[in-house]
Write a protein that binds this ligand. Structure first.
Ligand code: DHB
Ligand code: FE
Length: 283
């Protein structure tokens, strides 16, 4: 059966793509963020995943406010990156793994998740920048991907509890896949940020720290909050932490306790408090 080798979570911010393109990684503004990554690169070099299942949110590229699926699963052979107007360089397409996509879709529908299946799917900074951060020296990340899009944009959002259950079901599906592939699960976005309105610039360090700690050792902690409570704590875009929650639930209790390999936290990049977390099943 396929194995889950670990979980990665990281913020996704278009300005990061600009900094990479301009080679600003060592710039004093950017260094506290980019300096968090060498331990992740070392971990990936020994974890050698074949496939990344990525919980992320689309920012208007595939789904806009007129049609907004709560959960959507990619089943494409390739995922092209499209420019959303942030002025960041477009990255080369990444390959999908359609066998795993369809296995996940079968499993999720059988588990009564009414997902949208996407045989064509564009991907934005929420998928491409984490791959670039994790494999900076590769033209294309050396993994196939299965994107799982969670609505963090249009209310009502999926509940924290439902998001946790989705992650659990994805984890079970991966572990039941008849394959020798090594899978890493990822969650992108967050941590606290709000890009618009009277509270634009809102950051909540205390809540972010609680999120990081709970994702490691008390993953159901976030399920106490409603979507409105999450907005009030983390900001309108800080609700992207739902992607982290699904990632953590996919790692699951079935594999036993989780070991924290690495974390980083830095305020602010653009308008956002950035977080980075590497988890692996404890031996
Ligand atoms: C920013 C953060 C995001 O998560 C995003 O999707 C777009 C922009 C920002 O901080 O600028
Ligand atoms: Fe975002």
């Amino acid at each position: 059966m396929a194995s889950i080798v670990g979980g990665l979570a990281v913020s996704h911010i278009p300005a990061i793509g600009g900094a990479i393109a301009k080679g600003l990684q060592a710039d004093p503004y950017w260094a506290p963020f980019f300096d968090g990554f060498p331990p992740v690169h070392r971990w990936l070099a020994q974890a050698t995943p074949d496939i990344a299942v990525v919980f992320y949110n689309d920012h208007g590229l595939n789904f806009f406010l007129d049609k907004m699926p709560t959960f959507a699963v990619g089943a494409a052979a390739h995922y092209a990156n499209a420019d959303e107007g942030w002025g960041i360089p477009t990255l080369p397409p990444v390959d999908g793994n359609q066998d795993l996509s369809w296995h996940l879709i079968e499993h999720l529908v059988a588990a009564e998740f009414d997902i949208v299946t996407c045989q064509e799917m564009l991907v934005d900074h929420a998928l491409t920048l984490p791959l670039k951060l994790f494999w900076p020296d590769q033209e294309v990340a050396p993994v196939q991907v299965v994107p799982i899009c969670i609505n963090t944009v249009q209310f009502p959002l999926p509940t924290t509890h439902r998001t946790y259950r989705l992650g659990e079901a994805v984890g079970q599906a991966i572990r039941s896949w008849d394959s020798d592939k090594r899978v890493v699960v990822m969650g992108t976005g967050g941590l606290s940020h709000q890009l618009e309105g009277e509270r634009a610039g809102h950051i909540n360090k205390k809540f972010d720290q609680e999120c990081l700690a709970s994702i490691v050792s008390d993953p159901q902690w976030l399920t106490q909050f409603s979507d409105r409570e999450l907005v009030s704590l983390a900001g309108t875009q800080g609700v992207e932490v739902l992607n982290w929650l699904a990632m953590r639930a996919a790692l699951g209790a079935a594999d036993g306790p989780i070991r924290e390999v690495h974390r980083n936290y830095h305020i602010p990049i653009s308008n956002t408090a950035t977080g980075l977390l590497v988890l692996e099943p404890a031996a």
